[in-house]
Design a protein around this ligand. Sequence first.
Ligand SMILES: Cc1cc2nc3c(=O)[nH]c(=O)nc-3n(C[C@H](O)[C@H](O)[C@H](O)COP(=O)(O)OP(=O)(O)OC[C@H]3O[C@@H](n4cnc5c(N)ncnc54)[C@H](O)[C@@H]3O)c2cc1C
Length: 351
Amino acid sequence: MTTPADTSPASPISTDVLIIGAGPVGLFAAFEAGVIGLSSHIVDNIERVGGQCIELYPDKPIYDIPALPVCTARELVDRLLEQCRPFEPPIHLGHRVETVERQENGRWLARTDKGLTFDAAAILIAAGNGSFVPQRLPLEEAVQLEGRHVHYSVPNVDAFAGKNVIVAGGGDSALDWALALRTVARHVTLVHRRNGFSATDSSVASMRRAVEAGEMDFVVGSIASLSAPNGQLESVEIRHAEGSSPLAADYLLVLFGLVADLGPIAHWGFEVQGGRIKVDTSNYESTCPGIFAAGDIAGYPNKQKLILSGFHEASLALRKAYTYAFPEKKRVHVHSSYDAKLAERVAASHA
Ligand SMILES: Cc1cc2nc3c(=O)[nH]c(=O)nc-3n(C[C@H](O)[C@H](O)[C@H](O)COP(=O)(O)OP(=O)(O)OC[C@H]3O[C@@H](n4cnc5c(N)ncnc54)[C@H](O)[C@@H]3O)c2cc1C
């Protein structure tokens, strides 16, 4: 549904709201913006929509989205895209927003690294952890193998079918993926530097049960080097207390966690605390009037980094954003169930 974006760097694109981040919260925000009569454009620095859901756990089930007892992260993103389709928000992928400046007329001018500019009445930042990057393996030979034999996320489970897979890491992602892949791969070995984990107790218990049942292995050690003659990974050298030994592997999945980097966002003039944008919880506005934050990037006491929290935050933020886009108008609240225009748009988008 991605509406082809205007790629002309010359003229600023005018919009009521610029949404920074095409994760689940940014996508839902585009729908909510449309519902209350705001135009929006979405920008994301990566080439796909979906944020963490698609980059980190596309095939994992999510159980805590209201009225959706279970869906995979990918399915959730597909549904969010379908939900905002009636408003056709243009989505500009592969653009990182670098600067945001207030203009003399009170509107905002945002620029991307590739020269796109946006002239917006308000900005909603739904940038998650900022420009996040996985913590990489500090081995030169891993760079050549990245995306082929060394992976930092699981874009497609089927690629591991019938293969020897080493999963490195001790957090939830590492344990959950090791458990999930054992049903697909020929053999899975979890490698972690100690026999203690930062993963939840239930994941650790499931992993230990699977090891006892002979469904996978667990090795205490660290990745010392990779052997890949002719560019094909054959084995991984594991350093452990007694020395080191090779372990046959077709794929190495490294899940050491993400390095959160706010990147340029930290310099846009609002208050940032602990890597999060400080917001007023009555409207999720930052300390810069007209700039809002929702989703994982929003910081306030008792913040829960959950998708449903982000949906709520975006919804309230946009209601305040409306007052910047249309200062002369009083917005009348209409429940979606009674919104005839919305019903028409939704019907038209399914026609
Ligand atoms: C393994 C795992 C399992 C999880 N399971 C659940 C669960 O079961 N239930 C639940 O509610 N939550 C879960 N979460 C958390 C959930 O995924 C996050 O709360 C959610 O993704 C936050 O959404 P977001 O839209 O705020 O940010 P993100 O999903 O992080 O998306 C932010 C987007 O902003 C983009 N961006 C950042 N900076 C810029 C910039 N300057 N310019 C342009 N684009 C930018 C990024 O590229 C990214 O695509 C899980 C998280 C993980 C890692």
